[in-house]
Each structure stands twice: as C-alpha cells, then as structure tokens.
Design a protein around this ligand. Structure first.
Ligand SMILES: [Zn+2]
Length: 630
C-alpha cells in the first residue's frame, strides 16, 4: 500500500479499515465495521484536516444490504416529492446513484437523507438530477460507465498511484514550459503541451473543422511530443476545436485520464459522434470510431467548478466558469507546490448572457496567463448585447411578416441555446408572434443536456428551472428528429424559425435546409457565430451567391436569393473591449501573458493593447514554439 494511505491508517483505530484505494486524487477507505461507518465520520474529518485530501469512508461490499432490499428502503427514506427516477447500484464501489427530479429534497438538510440511507442500507448514495428532457446520449454514456465499473475502478486507482507514489522523472533542472501544438495564431486545433519537472500534460486537443488536410489536426509528430509520456489530458470545453482529437489519442494507445466537467464530457461525446457521422456521409475516413470514444469515456474524470484536484505529483488543477458554453472552463494550474500558477482561459465570455454567467476573475495566485483572442483585433468591437438581441428579433419578425422561414445555422452548443432563450423571451413577453421554432436533431440533444445541468447555467435560468418554469420546455420549441420531419418543415407552408447545425455551413442539417430554402427571397438566413475563412458561411456573407453541391453522383446548383444577415453581438467569445475589461478585473495580475486562439494579426493587435495598457510582457507564439514559464 502506498505511503500516504499507510500514513492515513496510522491516524485511525487499528483494524477498522478493510481496504483503501484511490479514486483519482481521492482516497476511499472501506470498512466492514457498520458502527464505524456511521460513528467514524468525525475521525475521518480529523484525518482530512491533517492531510488536506478528499478522503471518503464507505462500507465494505461484503456488508452492504442486498440491492433489492436496499432499493425498497431507499424509496421509504427519500421524501416522495423528490420524485425519484432510476436507482443504480455500483457494488464494486459501494455506491448507489439515485435520480431525482428534486435533488435538494432527496439529499435533505445538510445531507440528512443521505446519512439515513447510509445508516439503514450501508450504501453511499449519490443524487443526480433527472433531466426533464430525455437525453439518449447521457443514458448511453451512463450505460458505458456502468458496464465498465470494475475497469474504471482499477483505472482510477492507477491514476491515484501516479499522483501519490512520488516522482518518476525528477529532472530537477528542467524548466516549466508550454509548447503550442496547435491553435497559436489560428482558431482551430487548440493544443498545448505543459511540461514541468515531473509532468507532461496536454491542455485541449482539438481539430480544425474548417480544414480537411493534415493541418486539421494538432502537430504531434514532433520529437518533443511522446504520447506514452503524457500523464493527463485536460479539456476546457466541448467545442471540436478543443476536444475533437481526444478520441484519436485513445486510438493511438493513450490510456491516461481526461479531466473535464460533466457537461463537457456529454456534449463533446455527442459532437465527436456527429463528426464521425459527417465524415462517413461525405465518404471520408474518420480518424477514430465509436469504440475510441467509448475508451475515452471510460478514462474521463469529471470535476465541478472550483473543485481542486491533484493530477500528477506536481500539478494541481481547478476549473472555473468561463462563460463561453455549457460546462466551459478556465483551467487554473498550480505547478510544483507554489512554484508557478498558470491560468488558461480556453474560450471566454465576460458579460452576463441569457444562458451563462460571466467568466471568473478572482484567483488566489496567478503568474502567467494564456488567453484567447478570437475577437482580439483592434476593430473587433461587438455591438451591445441588447442591440444584437433586438436585431435578431427584428429580422425574425420581418421574415415572418413576408411569410418566410428563418434559418439560423449554429454550432449546436452555446449560441443555439442562447438564441432559443432570446426567442423564448420575445415570444413569452408578447414581443414576437408565437411561431414554431424547429430545433433540429443534434441541437435538440444538446439542449436536453443543458436541462440536465442547471448548476452550470446562469443564475437566472437556473432559478427558472428550479421553479418549474424551464424556458427550454416552451411548447413552441419543436424537435426535428429525422429526414422526413425535415422535409415536412421545409414543405409546410408556414413561417417559422429553424435552428440547425453546423454554424459555418460546413456540413450538417443547416446545409440541407439552405439548399431547399436558399432560392426563395422571402426566407432569411441569420449567422450568429464566427465564420472561419473558406467556409460556405464566410463565402455567403462575403457576397458569393451561386454554389454547386455534390449530391451522390450529381451536381446541384443553388442560387442564394434569401436575405442574408450576420448578427455579431451574440458571440460566445469576449470582444476586444471585454478582453480588456477581463484583464482589468483579473486579480492578481499576471506577470506574463500569452495570446493564442485568434488569427495572427488579431493576436498581435491584442498583444500591443495589453503591453501598452497593462505594461505586461505579452507573447504571441507560433505553433511549435515553446515558452518558458519558470
Ligand atoms: Zn469554443
């Protein structure tokens, strides 16, 4: 048994602990002594105070009440108005996962209900919110995790051993440095390699969906990168340019942990599966398959915002709200027990949107900052939020008046739900006539995931969901789940709004709708997100109006006659002003800033701004450049 576990056991009565294992950075103690399971909590608290680690006490599997009886007991104990759904037992870990419509009621005041369950059944209960919209993807992910319980238990123990069993590299003289394997001077394929004395950590491993050549992927075929040496992968958020390549790592043999928030895990899985589908549909070979995604899922370790976790002997991370999309995180990285603190913003937003609260700016310590610059150029000032919302509603209103259909291509996650909330607000306040708002396939699935994690949403939406006034459940939102339904939406003679992926018209249902709706001048097309160079979306807003599409063996010509709009103020990214304001509020101030995730000219303009305004050393690295932090 590892030394930290030995030390912990020295502080507890002899013989009460039957087994002690790691679950990642957490330490789980098992006891066969049912009294100690209940009474020992105080003693465990004392040990937690000494070691400053998360230590949990659970019943040894041999003393658990049999699941069938335990289930009956649990239903007796939990108050009825909690509305319990599924109850799943994980006997390997002595945990029972209970779904409830009202988790607060199921948990009880200060966990009183959970304590009662433990006392009566010896199971450790975890309460999960039952999503109001059924989400097939969440259910599938849970099945994968459930079926692999034993394997996951072993994996998590191995992760703990790597964290606690001391240094294996110990090249004391090495610098702490970050290398940019993608996403420097560009938007797409974000990938950073963090090297410390002891650790090799990948932060984001994305793909550039606007490209189809080798440059779509992070640059991993370089001497300084060795997949076998990677200790951990961290994914800031679910967008493909940050998460799209992760399953490929598993295809090539990576079997280490992937740290994410729970919504990021679910949404990125959905986007990756969709990516495989889109590749196959266009006759291309995807670089990973569903089995690789499954392997990735078994290796994800889910963290909440503000949950501090060791991931290697000398790296400790904390996720903080980034305000960009559901579950998006800024990653605070504490290196070498006080040696250095790095904040990676991922993609960030610094105003309150309908969907999310703004990014966090207060940290205990901070020396270096890696920040995005999608809208970092000196002219990248977005219109005010309220103006952008008004513009969107106005366009919808006008299109409805001339009996047209409005197509809003979206990235699926983020803008889609923001647009839904803006339209919901306009309709429920009477500002907009009640018309059907069709939510196509994947957008609907991702919306369902949003409703499963209200704790990651804005205070306003969260409160509405808690008060049974869930805006996503409005009756004018209608799901489009198949090609047949899609055709019906197109053919039906009624004004409506259609929200469909992809946002840049690089494939997916939005292109299908465009082909059918594009020639009618009564219809409208509203882009609400960033449009990368070369994409169909960018070409349309640049004025191109005639396109040819390959359809099986035929070529179809489409003339674009519908009204084209690009509403800018709804971006999930901070604009130039917000980035400045973010830095002004950022506390403490970093001594070094590294600007990434933007067209190179924009990153450079942001650098000049930061240097002039904040007198802080600022670097705009190129891909494959390495920046020394310590
Ligand atoms: Zn993003």
């Amino acid at each position: 048994m590892a030394s930290i576990i030995k030390e912990i056991l020295k502080h507890l009565p002899e013989g009460v602990i039957s087994n002690a294992i790691y679950e990642g950075a957490n330490i789980v103690l098992y006891t066969k002594d049912r009294n100690f399971l209940i009474e020992g909590i105080e003693e465990i608290k004392k040990v937690v105070d000494i070691f400053k680690k998360r230590i949990e006490l659970r019943a040894d599997p041999s003393v658990l009440m049999p699941p069938e009886r335990a289930k009956k007991k649990i239903l007796e104990i939990i108050p009825e108005d909690a509305n319990v759904g599924e109850i799943n037992f994980d006997p390997e870990r002595s945990i029972v996962i209970i779904e409830a419509e009202k988790p607060g009621v199921a948990i009880g005041k200060q966990g009183s209900v959970l304590k009662e369950i433990k006392k009566k059944t010896f199971w450790t209960a975890q309460i999960k919110r039952k999503p109001p919209i059924r989400s097939e993807i969440i259910e599938n992910i849970e099945t994968v995790l459930y079926e692999s319980g034993d394997e996951i238990k072993k994996f998590l123990h191995k992760v703990g051993e790597r964290i606690y069993n001391g240094w294996i590299r110990g090249r004391k003289n090495e610098w702490v440095r970050v290398g940019f394997l993608g996403g420097a001077g560009q938007v797409g394929r974000s990938c950073i390699l963090l090297q410390t004395q002891e650790s090799r950590v990948l932060i984001d491993v994305g793909i550039d969906v606007s490209r189809e050549d080798i440059n779509a992927f992070p640059i991993l075929n370089v001497p300084e990168f060795n997949l076998n040496e990677i200790d951990a992968v961290i994914v800031s958020h679910a967008h493909m340019d940050h998460s799209g390549f992760v399953p490929a790592l598993f295809r090539y043999g990576y079997r280490g942990p992937v740290y994410v928030t729970a919504p990021t895990r679910d949404v990125m899985t959905l986007l990756q599966l969709d990516y495989i589908k889109i590749m196959m549909q266009s006759g291309k070979e995807p670089m990973y398959n569903a089995d690789d995604i499954k392997e990735m899922l078994k290796h994800t370790i889910v963290l909440d915002y503000d949950e501090v976790t060791d991931i290697t002997p000398d790296v400790r991370i904390t996720f903080h709200n980034a305000g960009h999309i559901l579950g998006s995180s800024m990653v605070h990285i504490h290196i070498g027990n006080g040696l250095h603190n790095l904040l990676y913003t991922g993609d960030l937003k610094f105003i309150r949107t309908e969907l999310l609260d703004p990014a966090i700016t207060k940290f205990q310590r901070l020396e270096s900052l890696i920040i995005e610059s999608t809208y970092g150029g000196k002219n990248d000032i977005l219109p005010k939020r309220e103006e952008a919302e008004e513009e969107l509603i106005k366009i919808v209103e006008n299109t409805i008046e001339r009996k047209g259909k409005v197509l809003i291509p979206v990235l699926g996650v983020g803008r889609a739900q923001e647009v839904m909330l803006i339209i919901e607000k306009a309709i429920s306040s009477g500002r907009l006539k009640k018309i059907p708002v069709y939510i196509d396939g994947m957008v609907w699935d991702i919306t369902a995931i949003h409703t499963a994690y209200p704790d990651f949403l804005s205070t306003r939406v969260r409160t509405r969901i808690y008060n049974s006034n869930n805006p996503f459940l409005a009756d004018f939102f209608k799901r489009v789940g198949s090609n047949k339904e899609r055709e019906m939406v197109i053919e039906k003679n009624e004004p409506c709004v259609i929200i469909a992926t992809s946002g840049m018209l690089t494939g997916g249902a939005s292109v299908q709708y465009l082909k059918e709706l594009g020639e009618n001048p009564n219809n409208g097309l509203i882009f609400v997100s960033y449009l990368a160079e070369g994409t169909l979306g960018r070409r349309i807003v640049s004025g191109e109006r005639e396109f040819s599409f390959k359809e099986n063996s035929n070529v179809r010509h489409v003339k674009i006659n519908l009204e084209v709009h690009h509403v800018h103020g709804l971006s999930g990214h901070a604009d130039r002003k917000e980035l400045g304001r973010f830095l002004r509020y950022l506390n403490p101030k970093p001594k070094k800033i590294i600007v990434v995730h933007g067209e190179r000219s924009k990153s450079k303009e942001l650098k000049s701004f930061f240097e002039n305004r904040f007198r802080t050393e600022t670097i705009v690295p190129k891909n494959l450049e390495i920046v020394r932090l310590v």
